[in-house]
Design a protein around this ligand. Structure first.
Ligand code: HEC
Length: 103
């Protein structure tokens, strides 16, 4: 009985965490207007030096955007682009690009 209650408690906590992290792809689409100049409106870039983001793993996108923001990853194009993004913006953008179909 005690084990079952503990299990339910931990599952509830896990679900709460997942909800907080998951981004909103619809909101991300709106927020991606400035990113589209380089990464394309649906995450397919037109320049071979700009990566495609469509269909990329959501967690990886979050990690990379945060790395640019924190300065662990450096690129003159990207660092300025993500400087003002909140955690929610980053989650929404990652959800949007992850939901796109790669070519
Ligand atoms: C001026 C062009 C430009 C704009 C605008 C731009 N990016 Fe980028 N982005 C780049 C380039 C170039 C790279 C590759 C950097 C490198 O070589 O490390 C990159 C890399 C990335 C990566 C890492 C991809 C990977 O496979 O590791 C992500 C994620 C990303 N951009 C998201 C965004 C988001 C979100 C926005 C809008 C807020 C944005 N970018 C706006 C040019 C741009």
């Amino acid at each position: 009985m005690k084990t079952a209650r503990l299990l339910i408690l931990s599952l509830t906590a896990l679900m709460a965490t997942t909800t907080a992290v998951a981004g909103n792809a619809e909101a991300g689409k709106t927020k991606s207007a400035t990113c589209a100049a380089c990464h394309g409106p649906a995450g397919i870039s037109t320049n071979p030096l700009w990566p495609n983001l469509a269909g990329q793993n959501e967690a990886y996108l979050v990690k990379q955007i945060k790395a640019f923001k924190g300065g662990e990853r450096n690129d003159p194009n990207m660092n300025a682009m993500v400087a003002a993004l909140s955690d929610e913006d980053i989650a929404d953008l990652a959800a949007f690009y992850a939901a796109q179909t790669c070519k």
